[in-house]
Design a protein around this ligand. Structure first.
Ligand code: CO
Ligand code: ZN
Length: 329
């Protein structure tokens, strides 16, 4: 799982620019599914037909995109002014190594604040080593998006840190599931979605096109096991989380129960998750057409939306086993 995760975490894929990640995933899953297509928003939609033509359509959604910094202006000294794409944490963005799609690297810097100023994105710039605006614009263009540079590494025995762990870890789970899933009754539609970080936009059009009976989002969630962090009340390494509610969706109670039961049958640990903020692709899936029963399976993650997002591989494996059991059952 680590090698797969590293491959996916290292691929460039800012929000709205997910093609490279989609290409990598398509190469990995093509031979394990019956069809692969992309829609106009760039969602990668992989279908594994069920054995029963009257079976359900189950949409599993993991987002490919990663928060970033879009070049909004270039200063005469060659520094790039940026705007956020998705939920950037300013306090974790000081003096960071960043990378553009074309390979140009930079250092994201926050300039010193004047007295009474509070930090805002306007205080940040990217230094790409250019001597002036002309040289800078020969390296990148307005509208190019930088992301935290890839840096995926093991942490202790079971854990892995990387930027883009949100949500490549769920992409890895889903790829691994497609590879190992035997034929099952229901049709499984694995959607690797786009633009989640700006409001679950990809999942919205994907769900409309897929017309699922059941929608399950796969994503990271925050953690309650570090100093000062007590919500959500979930811990790394203690199992896959079955979401009851976040700010964008209330999970279908029967589906929550079915997933918890599947976890029990599979013999893997599960955690019940109540997240007082945030949202996932489930929020978009449930509101498509005349409504869809949804839930989210989440992987607890430390330092979400930073350059060092940390997960525990045992939770990923638990999620995979739970889904295998749910789909077989
Ligand atoms: Co996110
Ligand atoms: Zn996410």
């Amino acid at each position: 799982m680590f090698e797969l995760l590293k491959t996916l975490a290292d691929a460039y894929g800012a929000t709205g620019r997910e093609t490279k990640v989609a290409n990598v995933i398509e190469g990995l899953v093509r031979e394990h599914v019956d069809s692969v297509r992309r829609d106009n928003l760039g969602n990668l939609i992989c279908v594994k037909n069920g054995t029963d033509p009257n079976g359900k359509r189950i949409m599993l959604s993991a987002h490919m995109d990663h928060i970033g910094f879009i070049v909004a202006a270039v200063e005469k000294e060659g520094f790039l002014r940026v705007a956020p794409v998705g939920g950037i944490g300013l306090n974790v963005s000081q003096t960071r190594h960043v990378r553009f799609e074309n390979g140009v690297q930079g250092v994201l810097v926050r300039q010193p604040l004047k007295e009474g100023e509070t930090a805002a994105m306007k205080h940040f710039y990217i230094d790409i080593g250019a001597k002036d605006a002309e040289e800078a614009l020969s390296m990148v263009q307005l509208g190019d998006v930088a992301v935290y540079a890839n840096d995926c590494f093991r942490l202790g025995q079971h854990r892995v840190a990387a930027p883009a762990m949100d949500d490549r870890v769920a992409c890895a789970l889903l790829v691994s599931l497609l590879k190992d899933l035997p034929p099952v009754r229901d049709t499984v539609v694995a959607v690797f979605s786009t633009q989640e970080e700006v409001g679950c936009r990809g999942a919205k059009t994907a769900a409309y096109g897929v017309e699922p009976d059941v929608g399950i989002a796969l994503d990271v969630t925050a953690n309650g096991d570090t100093p000062e962090n007590k919500l959500p009340a979930v811990k790394l390494g203690e199992g896959i989380c079955v979401k009851i509610m976040d700010q964008c969706s209330i999970s279908n109670p029967e589906l929550v129960q079915e997933l918890l039961t599947a976890g029990e049958k599979a013999g893997v640990p599960t955690q019940r998750e109540v997240l007082p903020f945030g949202g996932t692709d489930a929020g978009s899936m449930q509101l498509t057409r005349s409504g869809v029963r949804v839930c989210t399976l989440s992987i607890p993650c430390r330092n979400v939306h930073s350059a060092c997002e940390v997960i525990d591989l045992r939770d990923v494996e638990a999620g995979k086993q739970l889904l295998m059991e749910y789909l077989r059952g």
